[in-house]
Design a protein around this ligand. Structure first.
Ligand code: SF4
Length: 332
């Protein structure tokens, strides 16, 4: 006789959508238990059936004392890490994008803080687009946008956006969950694909919030989902809660994957780690430039992993990596 947890895993493996109670039941299982191992095995088997793992590369193009004040972000004005507005030189941004492309990134993301001038961002994107190979997929990780700004991103050569309704949205950020969801809808209407994630997870988050944000992620119908932990920013008000372990994150990202249902095969985690890939994470990010989890300006010389390091982690997890352009972002 199968345990109720194994029955829920079978349901997900069979392609059925899990209910909120079933997702809650999976999240409630202790991370290193026998049943958690089963959940992680089920998630990994979905990833293996979906195909190869991907590594995307992100370049943070600017820094600022951002007034949105997301407490988990080093750019938040309240965290007093980056006190001045600064946009990287175009040459440096292009060099980092080309380096990521050369190393084998399956997609290139350009990230900007919420208060970066949108026209300046589009200009940078246009220059980068000209230098990247035509088949390289470009993704925007930017502030909330409306439909017309979505069209402008598409016109500049972006295939999609990364956007999440974060844990604690509206409470530890100055952005309402509704605004975040409106951006997702505007982007989709403009023809942009959307990648999302249940993040940034901290030890203080309740089962109910994990379930709520997982279902929101599912309803976005993203090209990939997944889950990532919060990295403590020194001196931030969230530092007191500490960080979730990689062992716990492996369990959480596996549950998120099982909850997504058929058609959402991409399952990211960040920062890259072997337990996560063993548990079914099939998308990592390499990083350069400014990074909201770092306190240094050039994250490629600090916290940021390069493509090779991400490849090595997937190798340790026995997960082959895609060569060429992202399949996640190529899917309709
Ligand atoms: S996450 Fe984005 S919106 Fe929030 S503080 Fe950082 S840059 Fe600003």
């Amino acid at each position: 006789m199968k345990t109720p947890i194994k029955q829920i895993c079978d349901k997900a493996l069979g392609g059925a959508l899990l209910s909120a109670n079933e997702i809650r039941g999976l999240f409630a299982i202790p991370p290193l238990s026998e049943e958690s191992c089963h959940i992680q095995w089920a998630s990994r088997s979905i990833s293996e059936k979906a195909g190869l793992a991907e590594i995307h590369g992100q370049v943070g193009v600017n820094t600022a004392a951002c007034p949105c004040n997301c407490r988990f972000c080093s750019f938040a004005a309240a965290n007093l890490i980056f006190k001045e507005n600064q946009v990287s030189d175009l040459e440096y941004i292009i060099e980092q994008c080309l380096h990521l492309q050369e190393q084998g990134a399956n997609a290139i993301y350009l990230m900007a803080t919420a208060n970066m001038n949108f026209a300046d961002f589009l200009n940078i994107a246009g220059e980068v687009r000209l230098k990247l190979q035509p088949e390289s997929i470009m993704i925007a990780n930017v502030r909330d946008i409306d439909y017309y700004e979505g069209l402008a991103l598409k016109e500049a050569g972006f295939a999609g956006i990364y956007h999440a309704i974060r844990l604690g949205e509206g409470e530890v950020t100055r952005i309402s969950p509704r605004k975040r969801l409106e951006t997702v809808q505007a982007a989709k209407k403009a023809g942009l694909k959307v990648g999302t994630c249940v993040e940034p997870v901290g030890p203080e988050h309740s089962l109910n919030e994990l379930v709520e944000k997982t279902i929101i992620a599912r309803e976005i119908e993203p090209v990939f989902s997944g889950s990532a932990r919060r990295i403590s920013i020194p001196g931030s008000s969230l530092e007191q809660y500490g960080m979730v372990s990689e062992a716990s994150m492996a369990h959480i990202l596996a549950v998120v994957h099982l909850a997504m249902g058929p058609g959402i095969s991409g399952n990211c985690t960040h920062e890259p780690n072997t337990p996560g890939a063993i548990a079914g994470a099939n998308l990592f990010w390499a990083e350069a430039g400014f990074n909201p989890r770092d306190t240094f300006e050039k994250t490629e010389a600090s916290r940021g992993f390069d493509i090779k390091k991400c490849q090595d982690i997937f190798k340790e997890a026995e997960f082959p990596v895609l060569q060429g352009s992202s399949v996640f972002f190529a899917r309709d």
